[in-house]
Design a protein around this ligand. Structure first.
Ligand code: A3P
Length: 287
């Protein structure tokens, strides 16, 4: 069968990115997309939105079933099978994505978008632990190498540049009425205020009982205790070692692992890549 041409705007295919899915996905105005750079609180936001939509639900098996990852290739499933499954999801559909703005079907003109950003240094350290947490089987199946050293890993993270690509591509839309930009750090410090912002943005309401349930189920403690609901699976097999994924959930955790030089490299690139207004908004101070 002749392979259909896919526009390069949808990105290159890899083990977590299927451009075919993006090119053929039909966004609905009622859709909600969570967009993040990896390790910026994506799973937390999946849980928050699922809990807000349901008024508090602890009976789901896997967060990825109720809030799927939009561009993730599924082993043994064709693109049209995955898209059919997306069609069957309850409304409003909620998806997670790590796509740049340009790769996001419909962009801000179609769906409601919630972006969670996090300090790049904490995202970098969190992703390091994420890499160490893969099971050996998933590592070899997905072709993910073990980092030789933390220093080498930081350089690779910088060269890969996914944090920078994500934030840079979305920043021009930060004021758009269909985009709500939340910072992980604010969610940690003032969780209820962040919940109120999301409710306001989506025009949703909660009863007092529902609110209590949402606060409990979205707490770090509850998610850690129920980690099997949040750790990704492929072909019904765990991708991560037991306990991984919901790790520490702290602001500034990079201080425990990163040297001053490594931090400076990350900040220097942040300064080059982002406009001053974005740095101020993210409260990233660079000299
Ligand atoms: P750490 O590795 O710093 O602990 P993502 O879901 O985008 O992969 O992000 C994972 C990060 O979010 C991890 O950070 C994880 O611990 C943190 N996280 C997950 N659930 C959380 C929660 N309820 N509260 C705070 N942080 C949470």
């Amino acid at each position: 069968m002749k392979k259909a041409y896919i526009d390069s705007r949808w990105g290159k295919a890899d083990s977590t990115h299927d451009p075919n899915l993006l090119a053929n996905f039909k966004p609905r105005p009622s859709d909600i997309l969570i967009t993040t750079a990896p390790k910026a609180g994506t799973t937390w936001m999946q849980q928050i939105l699922h809990q807000l939509r349901s008024g508090g639900d602890s009976n789901f098996d896997s967060i990825d079933e109720v809030v799927p990852w939009l561009e993730l290739p599924r082993d043994g499933k064709s693109c049209s099978q995955v898209l059919e499954e997306f069609d069957q999801l309850i409304e409003p559909r909620i998806f997670k994505t790590h796509c740049t703005y340009q790769q996001t079907p419909g962009g801000v003109e179609c769906a409601k978008i919630i972006l969670s950003s996090r300090d790049p240094r904490d995202c970098c350290v969190s992703f390091y632990h994420h890499l160490l947490d893969f099971t050996d089987e998933a590592r070899s199946r997905m072709g993910i190498p073990l980092p030789n050293s933390f220093d080498e890993y930081v350089n690779d993270w910088l060269n890969n540049g996914v944090w920078y690509r994500n934030i840079k591509s979305w920043w021009p839309y930060h004021d758009h009425p269909n985009l709500l930009w939340l910072r992980y750090e604010d969610m940690k410090n003032e969780f209820e205020a962040s919940i109120n912002q999301i409710l306001n943005f989506l025009q949703w309401q909660l009863s007092a009982v529902q609110r209590e349930r949402v606060l409990e189920y979205c707490s770090f403690a509850w998610m850690k205790q129920n980690v099997s609901k949040f750790a990704m699976q492929m072909n019904n097999k765990p991708v991560f070692k037991p306990g991984g994924f919901i790790r520490k959930g702290l602001i500034g955790d990079h201080k425990h692992l990163m040297t001053h030089e490594q931090e400076e490299k990350i900040l220097a690139k942040t300064k080059v890549e982002l406009p001053r207004e974005a740095l101020n908004y993210l409260e990233i101070s660079v000299n």
